[in-house]
Design a protein. Structure first.
Length: 109
């Protein structure tokens, strides 16, 4: 999957092109995110901020399951982000399966 540069806070919402507002993102996930900064946590039913890779720790919000093929959210932000960005779509799960077979995935840290 090619990576693209994502604006954490979209320009349409006042975000800029500064390094602190940019992050590498999977093309497909970025397309699912679009200009959103919030999504609904499926457990609490509340609107929460999407995960911000520049300000938050991945391990606090997500975990690998099914041997590393799938990501689960362990916080409201994590759960909302997994659903909104479709982090377990069929294409990325297939890619992760290949990476696992090559011992490239999941990350150790």
């Amino acid at each position: 999957m090619p990576l693209v540069i994502d604006h954490v806070l979209p320009r349409s919402a006042g975000g800029d092109d500064s390094r602190k507002n940019l992050a590498a993102a999977c093309y497909r996930c970025n397309e699912f995110k679009g200009p959103r900064t919030h999504a609904t946590d499926p457990v609490a039913g509340e609107l929460v901020s999407l995960f911000n890779p520049r300000a938050q720790s991945w391990h606090e919000h997500f975990a690998w399951v099914n041997g590393g093929t799938h990501i689960v959210g362990v916080t409201p932000t994590g759960r909302a982000t997994v659903l909104a960005l479709r982090l377990n779509n069929e294409y990325v799960v297939e890619a992760r399966t290949l990476w696992i077979s090559r011992n490239w995935h999941p990350p150790l840290d």
